[in-house]
Write a protein that binds this ligand. Structure first.
Ligand code: ADP
Ligand code: ZN
Ligand code: ZN
Length: 737
């Protein structure tokens, strides 16, 4: 019954960056989109039948398809792959590789020795061992192979073998390993009753799901308004109709709190998809979805590329979040690709956020998306009061270290007197404080007071940050470490620390509030969701009084006893070179502010700034999100910046500077002329050198209607990229380094 018969020549797409399809001969019937096994240069690949063969090769040169599987991608999926490739300028094969990316998807699972974690063996915990424990808990403590442990925890094999030797990891008996199929039957537990506002929103989305067809909803609700329950309701309606449902969220939002709410609502645990799963788990879930047996998944951006059957709803929670943009291994924006997928396959999408992106708001203004508002916090919790502290008038007091810890570092304070008073009052009331500073380490600048020498990374053109915990200088670009020089390597004078990072603020708090229990959260100390969970439960148990963290803290956590949020440096980020700087600062500060006062007690947010009159800060204090967005959008419209214009960045990298220069001038010489399109550059990238590779950028700009991809395709088609040059194309870039 196949669309193709035995003997037909078909084009097979292979999940490989350079591939656009090779011709093969079928020896059985098959469908368009069927998964097949083929050989390329004697290596077996899983590919997909993408169309009729059109290479025109003589018959004897065409090899046979080795195997046709009963499962396939739909015609809409193929269309989506094609459109995504056209839009992102990734090759078809590179897009397919996002889909066909699990080991042994169509063969028997690999047999490897599996280990489980022995909780009875009390070993001394180190950071590396903790990372191993966390790898297990992100897989429900199921047995793992050594390569799984390594891939997930990033520890060296010596750590693992040492844990085996010490009896902390024990070899499992194959016969006793029961594998989870991840096939759950969900139900409506009836536990949740929506409030009136939630119910209205859910009703409107519900009728779109009943009707079917493409539509996009922006679920625009303030922090704590209960957006989750509204999209759970929608998920349930789609699931009940037999559709598959994808709930996407940033990795860090996949918390135990979320999982338990899901379980309460649907009577069974979610199937969770993220980057820290074992190979066996990935294979099992991928195959369950392919067979149509797993119908609902909660996952990060890569879950969009699972082999969905009969997908009928996608929810993109925290739609403004930067983690939806993939930047290495191809460039795509998962939110935009989700909308594209829904449009092609004709089903609804929900974008949820308390601080929607300007791209999405513009689609609302243009009438393409429907906005549904939730305006009050669930259960009547009030929004916090937000005020600025003018640092020009409110100088922080410096402090000194106790004698036994005396060192050569400067201990200028960064917490103003007003903020310190507020912290003291909060601690006196037995409530919790969160201090926010978007900078890891102790001091971002290590400099000689006399000659001006600055510690910089030899491989990247950035300064190195001093980390007091590590007692080392660390490059935040490449991870290289170096010892802190006792004297300036240039003139032998004293070196000094400038600026503040998390560790510095913690030191200041520890000294100014000696009775407060403090904790740090940053991407150094918080490698995994599990580590974040441990912090959350310590917060809930009152084991922490003051938590100090980076933007990781801004994400949707719910701490009822947290009543004071202090932003140490609200100006940071306002003056970036990136046209989204104001928007991102606003979103981040707004989200951080949303952490305060979520329980009974009202919250207070204090923003330390040297520019209290800055429009972003004024808008945040006034709670004027919409006014702020409107004025920022007007500015962008005037500058023809996205969403009112389009951008494509071309990043050229090479290890040798002359090679880079030569290729950039070749590109310059070939810049095409196109109406309404401007090609700027080359300029040295903001970070000119990363991991020893030099970098230049071009920026292609055009109005909203121009087809920039076509211009870039034509341009790059005229030059040949040498093997020692890397060329990256970033459509609608979010990052300008
Ligand atoms: P948001 O994602 O909009 O910031 P949440 O979904 O986290 O808000 O909801 C905030 C709090 O209110 C959570 O503790 C959640 O469980 C609770 N909540 C929201 N809606 C309901 C409801 N209809 N019934 C019971 N609890 C709810
Ligand atoms: Zn010097
Ligand atoms: Zn570096």
């Amino acid at each position: 019954m196949g669309m193709f018969k035995a003997g037909d020549i078909v084009k097979v797409l292979i999940p490989n960056v350079v591939n656009t399809g090779y011709d093969y001969r079928l020896s059985t019937d098959a469908e368009l989109g069927s998964f097949v096994r083929v050989n390329v240069m004697n290596k077996g690949y899983i590919g997909v039948i993408y169309g009729i063969g059109d290479s025109g090769l003589p018959a004897e040169k065409i090899k046979n398809v080795s195997e046709v599987f009963e499962y396939r991608l739909s015609v809409q999926d193929l269309q989506w792959i094609k459109r995504m490739s056209e839009w992102t300028m990734m090759s078809l094969g590179a897009v397919l590789r996002l889909i066909v990316n699990v080991p042994d998807a169509f063969s028997a699972p690999r047999i490897e020795p599996l280990y489980s974690f022995n909780f009875d063996e009390k070993i001394r915990m180190t950071d590396a061992r903790q990372a191993v424990v966390d790898a297990f808990s992100s897989n429900d403590n199921e047995p793992m192979s050594v390569s799984d442990i390594q891939n997930i925890s990033y520890v060296g094999s010596s750590v693992i073998h040492n844990m085996i030797k010490k009896g902390a990891l024990v070899l499992c008996d194959e016969r006793e390993i029961k594998t989870n199929s991840f096939i759950y039957e969900y139900q409506d537990t009836g536990i949740v009753k929506l409030n009136a506002e939630q119910n209205t929103a859910a009703g409107i989305i519900g009728s779109a799901i009943e009707r079917g067809g493409f539509s996009v909803f922006l679920l625009d609700g303030i922090t704590g308004s209960g957006k989750t329950q509204v999209y759970f309701d929608a998920a349930w309606r789609a699931y009940k109709k037999g559709k598959s449902v994808l709930l996407m969220m940033p990795e860090i939002a996949l918390t135990a709190q979320f999982i338990s709410r899901y379980q309460q609502r649907f009577g069974a645990p979610p199937v969770v998809w993220h980057s820290n799963l074992t190979a066996a788990r990935r294979r099992e879930i991928w195959r369950g979805i392919l067979r149509g047996e797993i119908k609902m998944v909660v996952g990060t951006r890569s879950a969009l590329f699972l082999p969905w059957q009969n997908l009928g709803l996608i929810v993109v929670d925290e739609e403004h979040d930067a983690s939806y943009k993939q930047e290495d291994m191809g460039n795509y924006h998962a939110r935009d690709m989700a909308v594209l997928r829904a449009k092609i396959a004709d089903f609804p999408v929900i974008l949820a956020s308390a601080t929607p992106s300007e791209e999405t708001l513009e689609n609302v203004n243009a009438g393409k998306y429907t906005r549904l508002k939730l305006t009050s916090r669930f259960g009547g919790a009030t929004l916090p009061v937000i005020e600025t502290i003018d640092m020009r008038k409110n100088k922080p007091a410096s402090y000194s270290l106790p004698d036994e810890e005396k060192d050569t570092l400067a201990h200028t304070g960064f917490l103003s007197q007003d903020l310190c008073t507020a912290i003291q009052n909060t601690l006196d009331a037995k409530q919790q404080v969160m201090l926010f500073i978007n900078r890891r380490g102790f001091a971002p600048i290590v400099q000689c007071k006399k000659c001006g020498w600055v510690a910089t990374c030899p491989d990247c053109s950035v300064g190195m940050t001093y980390h007091k915990n590590l007692k080392k200088l660390l490059c935040h670009m490449c991870g290289r470490t170096a010892t802190l020089p006792e004297k300036c390597p240039n003139c032998n004078d004293d070196v000094s620390m400038r600026g503040a990072g998390l560790e510095k603020i913690q030191e200041e708090v520890n000294i100014k509030f000696p009775n407060a229990k403090t904790a740090l959260v940053s991407s150094d100390t918080m490698m995994s969701r599990q580590a974040l969970e441990r912090l959350v439960s310590k917060m809930e148990n009152g084991e922490i009084d003051v938590v100090i963290g980076t933007q990781i803290l801004a994400k949707g956590h719910h701490f009822p006893n947290l009543t004071l949020v202090g932003v140490v440096d609200a100006d940071m980020g306002l003056f970036g070179t990136d046209f989204r700087a104001a928007e991102h600062t606003f979103q981040q500060l707004f989200q951080v502010a949303g952490r305060a006062g979520r329980g009974g007690a009202p919250g207070r947010v204090l923003l330390q700034t040297y520019q209290p009159e800055h429009p972003v800060l004024r808008a945040i204090c006034a709670g004027n999100r919409d006014d702020f967005m409107l004025s920022d959008m007007n500015a962008r419209r005037a500058a023809k910046m996205p969403p009112y214009g389009q951008l494509i960045a071309i990043i050229v990298e090479a290890e040798k500077e002359p090679v880079l220069q030569k290729f950039c001038s070749l590109l310059s010489d070939n810049v095409p002329l196109a109406n309404g399109v401007k090609i700027m550059g080359p300029i040295a990238a903001q970070i000119y050198q990363i991991r020893n590779w030099y970098r230049m950028r071009f920026l292609v700009a055009g109005d909203a209607k121009s087809n920039l991809q076509e211009v870039v395709r034509y341009w790059l088609g005229k030059v040949k990229t040498p093997a020692n040059v890397r060329l990256k194309i970033d459509v609608n870039p979010q990052n300008f380094i």
